[in-house]
Design a protein around this ligand. Structure first.
Ligand SMILES: *[C@@H]1O[C@H](CO)[C@@H](O)[C@H](O)[C@H]1NC(C)=O
Ligand SMILES: *[C@@H]1O[C@H](CO)[C@@H](O)[C@H](O)[C@H]1NC(C)=O
Ligand SMILES: CC(=O)N[C@H]1CO[C@H](CO)[C@@H](O)[C@@H]1O
Ligand SMILES: [Zn+2]
Length: 374
């Protein structure tokens, strides 16, 4: 409570500061709405719950939704039935919730993972080291780890690429963001970011570990390229993923499906546990396939939910013409209310629930890993 007056004072100071010195940011806050604001005003918008893309460095993108809330992306024929049940169930059996707990405990021990902070750089270094460790026995011609540097801040994004054996140009992406934020005073206050969005990162790390240890090490390979992306700076307006997918679009890369994991660990009502499939601003055909995956591999059902404009990194994929979808811990109204504060901590999360999300990721990479888009 005592923070309040200080907060107001700081705010007044930053407005004066920003009027004279601060560079302007270009924010897309809705399909037809672009505004220019000083950097500090960005935070004020976030505090008020406004979601946006920070397109300052990518202003040339096109409008990307045709009818209401539906992205302009190819509608591929995703599998209408699953065909790898034994393989996926085998991997699912090995999900290790203790390992997930250990990783999330370490990840949330960084004071903050704010993308502009030194801590945020250190958390990226830890993540990169952990990924190297998990994947160390897979030869580099199959698996490579790219540190994707961003021009304006230090925390890099990490791309783990498992090259497809027959159609490497067809890419399946599993995404999550590694940064966290304390919306009150991001540069000063703690942001453990356990659920938002450390849980997505750890969900994907566990899937990557099992994929590496039980699949790739056994000499198996996907036909398509499978990539795990750990984005920096989501909280700054999807900055990291925008850089990555804008670059992919420029290079003419073909992402056939992108699935975002962000907030995967909170259960508000254990009697009514479910996952939320986000149906607005996501690819309908991919959503249908995700429903099949949930029905086939999870012990809990899905529910359709809406998340709003630019609500996580899948938006950067759809913005660049790639089908993106998002599965979140529950219907939006039942999601974790402690995010973006010091109270977004480990003890409020369910690792059983997080493991359900890992099942989705395993189902998607195995079923789509050798699916043919044509
Ligand atoms: C690497 O993994 C091994 C287990 O496979 C573990 O004992 C070790 O602590 C890990 N090292 C790091 C840096 O994570
Ligand atoms: C995957 O590649 C193998 C050859 O390595 C091929 O036999 C199989 O048909 C491919 N799967 C699909 C779905 O195209
Ligand atoms: C979409 C969702 O609820 N995830 C969280 C992670 O970050 C996004 C964007 O900042 C927010 O919408 C949520 O805080
Ligand atoms: Zn957030």
């Amino acid at each position: 409570m005592r923070i309040q007056p200080l907060f107001v004072l700081l705010n007044a100071a930053t407005v004066v500061w920003s009027l004279s010195y601060e560079s302007l940011r270009v924010l897309q806050v809705g399909e037809d709405k672009v505004i220019e604001v000083p950097e500090s005003e960005k935070l004020n918008l976030r505090r008020r719950g406004v979601k946006f893309f920070d397109v300052t460095r990518h202003t040339s993108s096109l409008p990307f939704f045709n009818k209401e809330e539906e992205p302009i992306v190819p509608q591929y024929n995703y599998p209408a039935a699953i065909s790898n049940k034994e393989v996926v169930d085998g991997l699912i059996e090995s999900i290790d919730k203790d390992s997930m707990y250990t990783n999330l405990a370490k990840f949330t021990s960084f004071y903050t993972r704010y993308y502009k902070s030194d801590c945020g750089f250190e958390s990226a270094e830890w993540l990169a080291a952990t990924i190297s460790n998990i994947t160390q026995d897979v030869p580099q011609d199959i698996l490579s780890i790219v540190h994707f540097d961003h021009k304006e801040w230090k925390q890099y994004s990490i791309i783990v690429r498992i090259a497809g054996s027959t159609t490497p140009e067809d890419i399946i992406v599993i995404g999550s963001h590694q940064d966290s934020i304390n919306l009150l005073l991001p540069s000063i206050m703690a942001a453990p970011g356990a659920d938002d969005n450390g849980s997505g990162t750890v969900t994907n790390l566990e899937a990557l570990r099992l994929y590496t240890e039980k699949f790739l090490k056994a000499g198996l390979r996907p036909n398509n390229t499978v990539e795990f992306h750990f984005y920096s700076a989501e909280e700054g307006g999807l900055l990291g993923s925008l850089d990555v997918f804008t670059d992919y679009a420029k290079q003419g890369k073909q992402v056939r499906a992108m699935l975002q994991q962000d907030m995967t660990g909170y259960v508000s009502d254990p009697e009514d546990e479910h996952v939320g499939i986000v149906t607005d601003y996501t690819a309908p055909a991919l959503n249908d396939f995700l429903k099949l995956v949930v029905d086939s591999y999870l012990s809990i059902p899905y529910r359709n939910t809406k998340c709003g404009y630019a609500c996580s990194d899948h938006g950067s994929a759809t913005r660049n013409g790639f089908p993106g979808s998002f599965v979140i811990e529950s219907e939006l109204k039942k999601t974790n209310k402690y995010i973006h504060s010091t109270m977004d901590t480990l003890d409020r999360l369910s690792f059983v629930h997080m493991a359900e999300h890992t099942k989705i990721v395993l189902g998607v990479i195995i079923e789509l890993g050798s699916w043919s888009a044509w």
